[in-house]
Design a protein around this ligand. Sequence first.
Ligand code: EVA
Length: 603
Amino acid sequence: MANKLLYPRFSPTRRIINMDGMWRFSFDYDNQGDAANWKDGLKDYVLIPVPASFNDFFTDKESREYTGDVWYETDVFVPKELSGNDLDIRFGSATHDATVYVNGVEVAFHKGGFLPFNANINDLVKYDTFNKVVVKLNNELSLESIPCGSVISLSNGRKMAKPYFDFYNYSGIHRSVNLVSTPKESIVDYTLNYILDGNDARVEYSVETTGENQVYITMYDEDNQVVAEGQGKENVIVINNVKLWNVLDAYLYKFKIQIKDNDKLIDEYQEEIGIRTVEVKGTRLYINNKPVYLKGYGKHEDSELLGRGHNPHMLKRDFELMKWNGANSFRTSHYPYAEEVYQMADREGFVVIDETPAVGMWISINNFFTASKGVSDKYFDNPIVHERTKPYHMQVIRDYINRDKNHACVCIWSLLNEPDSTSESAVSYFEDIFKLAHEVDVQKRPRTFANVMVAKPGICKCSHLCDIISLNRYFGWYVNGGYEMVDGKKAFMEEMADWAKMGKPILMTEYGADTYAGEHKLPSVMWSEDYQMEYLEMQHEVFDSFDSVIGEQVWNFADFQTTEGIMRVNGNKKGIFTRNRQPKAAAYLLKQRWESLPLDYKN
Ligand code: EVA
């Protein structure tokens, strides 16, 4: 059975039943759920909203920090009109590993917390009545989970997750759950590539279907006028006088796919698409053959109460704030975001660096801390990483490129964040995943990974594989902070001079200083808003001194939750905005700078 993972959309031939809302929920403290057949229904439960992380709703620590299996349950009514079609249950994401039961029968197991998955339920579903859906979720981390971490046992018998990364291990059904009804013969996937030719564009498309009937394409402009038509599962259509998708100036065509048997419509699916090209040449990133300079943020999917649950209200606010202060891009640090985020970025003309969840590939409690001290734990020396983590990482790369390939906003693939790229054993791993990303992506978008401070030029063994060098650098914060900033700047300048010798574009994917909102001091001290501004000004002087720096993304857009500890005051406070999305003083500094830098800055 073909995997029908396209984003759920209504059409004349497709129906969707959204299952979001209050579900029943239970922790499985004693690991009894399997033996007690919770797959058939929970005995004791509380109600909990879906989509959301479960962690921050509760008032006791045991619930918030719970590590192990949790169970979700709901009942969904399936009308008879849908019989005769294919019926799939589709999860936008469930973090991290999910087993799904429908009417007591296991229909899916999915590993990984940040990508959609589905299961066909044709043979199990009962029509014109309620059907029981139960999900067992596990949020434990390991060397082979992506992201990586470990689990310890406390003296009271409770388990505790120890992430090797600097964000809270939020868990739950994080994105929408839908029943998707499609015809038996249906559109499964489509892939687009663009070639610009003067005022025209050639749109190369391929469509995958489950049958042999003829495929028809119709493209409409924003006024709903037909601009081009095509036929066949693979073809090229030409758009004359094309209106391109440009940075902060998006134009979206409608791309309608139909399967027809003569005049009879069998299936139809339509999405908005932006036409643009992306290319790296020399030390520049070109979009539509014009060099661009990226301004913006590393982000997180993180908000109060909902944790990592998709939150359209926060999404809207985030884009308004980013537009307000002149940003034109962001990185989906450190995992693929909800599909709705990319749809918004397409519409708003934001450039997205799309990142896999491969973070924490250092064996340490608190990746950022140990890494910044230069302690190498040789993650890639472990055979398990090559035997088990790599094949899984490769599957994630296939799945996320496949999910996101048709978004105009997605211009760069970031395949890992701050891995231990300093050991020889990392090289073959990186070679394989970089090669795969190019094989899977028809558009051959540039590939990168975010390089950690200790992996300096000459020490990093993998940066030659990148089309763009991405640097996470904290000179003036983790290194030479406060009054020593002058030395931090000097060291930063020296290191940048060495990176520049590689002759590749350099993107600053992280730079930032923890800042407690409302804390002021003259002259500044670290953690004050005044220091955050001085720090940013110093960083910008460095970026402006190097021609090959093609963009700057501050860490982080907003304050976000992390594991508690001596390095974090109820979370990471490097936000330019607070967790509630109000500006710190630095937001105005960035606004002034970014509004004054043209898109083709440095050209
Ligand atoms: C930080 N530094 O220390 C950030 C982390 C981030 O939050 C990094 O990529 O190098 C990481 O996840 O604030």
